[in-house]
Design a protein around this ligand. Sequence first.
Ligand code: SIN
Length: 275
Amino acid sequence: MQAELIAGALGAEIKGISLKDSSPENWKQINELMLEHKVLFFRDQNISPIEQINLAKRFGPLEKHVYVKGLDEYPEILRIKKGASEKHQWGETWHTDVSYNTNPTKVIILRSRKIPPVGGDTMFSNMQLAYETLDVDIKKKINGKKAIHSSLGASAFVDKYEEMEGNGNLDEYSNSHPIVRTHPETGKKILYVNSMYTKKIIGIEKNESDEILKEIFLHQERLDFTCRFKWTENAVALWDNRCTLHQGLTDFFPGRGLGHERIMDRIAIEGERPS
Ligand code: SIN
């Protein structure tokens, strides 16, 4: 097994591990690597839906997405699909998955099926580093505070994509979580807000809350906290959603990346309530 770092902040490409093997020993090694690097990349892993599900189940109970329909045969798998003429793709700005839920996602396993020749890389950002480097005055202001995360707009967001299918649910979900959470496995502090779903800091007047959140979003989206994965077919990205942000880059510019499909299979594992 070899782990090659792909950036200074986070992310490693792993060689010499087969994801077809979901034995407890193989999973333990993968989990340890994930805790160390936060996001792992594997190439040439032609895993079946069942193999992807079996590996995912080792991390914990699988999560059902509140808005997006799963595959008919494998409801645990959500197919992220950008049609050939679509300019947008799902998950296209910085976020951490479903932070509006009570128990937001723990881990995501994303497997590529069809990849455009150019465009649609996925980016990740390290929220442990973002917390460690946060301005001391902001740290004081958010100390012990919670923020409201809301799915407002997220169901409409699904409808915006031609190939992604909603499950008919239009309810809004909202939960408050600590702005600084502690990672349940590593014990490290993590900045736990994101510009897609975090709306307001509880106990601070709206204008001031907007100002603080704006500063935090700018900080946490710094490029030096990130890594970027250029997909190939049958590649897998496996990440710790508790301590990272991610986005699928929407660089499908006319004359360059348009005119190609992008198809990914995503499985999410349910996490614990952030504390
Ligand atoms: C996501 O936000 O989960 C999707 C990322 C991607 O498709 O690259």
